[in-house]
Design a protein around this ligand. Structure first.
Ligand SMILES: [Fe+2]
Length: 242
C-alpha cells in the first residue's frame, strides 16, 4: 500500500476525452430531461418526504423520571431532560464509532507500513472505550437504558458511517484515514463541550469532572491527529507524538 500521493493513471478527467465529452454535452442538449421528470426530481421529491416524515425515533423516559413525573419532582433539572438523555445517547453512539475507527486504523497500520505509533493509537482507542463506559454508567445512574438508541444517537451513528467507510476501504492511505479520524475528533471535542454545558445545567454534578477529563482527552487526540496529518502531508514523516 502506498501512503504518498503519486502521479499515475486516472481515467476520471473529462478533458482526457474531449470528443466524447463534447458528444455527451450535445446528447444532453438533444435529449434533455423531460419537463415532468424535472418537476418531480430531487427538490420536489425530497420536499414531499420531509413534509410527510416523522422524527428519528423518540427519547425513552428513564425509570427515575417516570417516578419523578408522577410525583411532580424532576430528578434532572433544566428545561428539557429529554435533550440531555438524547445527547448522552448520541455521545455513547459516537464514542462507540470512535473505538471502531481506531480499531480499523490499528489494523491498517499493522497490515501495512507502520508509519504511526501503534501504542498511541491503542491508547486513544482505549480512551474512547472509557468514554463509552462513562456515558453508559451516567445513563444507567439516571435510570435510563443505555441500550436504547436515541434520535441523536441514530443521527451520530449515520454521520460516522462515511468516516468508517474511509477507514475500512483497503485502498485508503494512512493519511486519508488520519484525516477521517481528525473529523471525528473535532466533532467529538465540540460535542463534549456541549454535553458538559448541558450536564451542568441539568445538575449532573457527579459527572461534570469526569466529562471535563474526557473533553481534555479528546482535545489531546485531536491535536495529535492534526499534527500527524500535517507531518505526513508536508514532510512525509511522523515524529513520535504519543
Ligand atoms: Fe477521541
Amino acid at each position: 500500500m502506498k501512503d504518498a500521493a503519486e502521479f499515475g493513471l486516472n481515467k476520471t478527467p473529462a478533458q482526457l476525452h474531449p470528443v466524447m465529452t463534447q458528444a455527451m454535452l450535445e446528447g444532453c442538449e438533444e435529449f434533455p430531461p423531460h419537463a415532468e421528470d424535472m418537476a418531480c426530481d430531487a427538490f420536489t421529491l425530497r420536499k414531499s418526504y420531509i413534509q410527510h416524515s416523522e422524527q428519528l425515533g423518540a427519547v425513552p423516559l428513564p425509570s427515575t423520571l417516570r417516578g419523578a413525573v408522577s410525583t411532580g419532582v424532576l430528578a434532572i433539572q433544566g428545561n428539557s431532560p429529554s435533550v440531555l438523555i438524547d445527547k448522552l445517547g448520541e455521545r455513547m453512539a459516537f464514542e462507540r464509532s470512535g473505538i471502531r475507527l481506531y480499531d480499523a486504523l490499528i489494523t491498517k497500520c499493522k497490515s501495512a507500513q507502520p508509519v504511526l505509533d501503534i501504542e498511541t493509537l491503542e491508547q486513544f482507542r482505549n480512551d474512547e472505550a472509557e468514554h463509552f463506559s462513562l456515558v453508559r454508567d451516567c445513563i444507567a445512574s439516571m435510570g435510563g437504558d443505555p441500550t436504547a438508541q436515541t434520535p441523536c444517537a441514530d443521527s451520530a451513528g449515520m454521520a460516522a458511517m462515511g468516516l468508517m467507510q474511509v477507514l475500512n476501504d483497503p485502498r485508503s492511505s494512512i493519511p486519508q484515514c488520519v484525516e477521517a479520524i481528525l473529523m471525528a475528533e473535532l466533532a467529538d471535542f465540540a460535542a463534549w463541550e456541549l454535553l458538559i454545558e448541558l450536564a451542568d445545567e441539568s445538575g449532573l454534578s457527579d459527572y461534570i469532572d469526569k466529562f471535563q477529563q474526557a473533553r481534555m482527552t479528546e482535545n489531546h487526540h485531536m491535536h495529535v491527529m492534526k499534527k500527524w496529518l500535517e507531518q505526513m502531508t508536508l514532510n512525509n514523516q511522523v515524529e513520535a507524538l504519543g
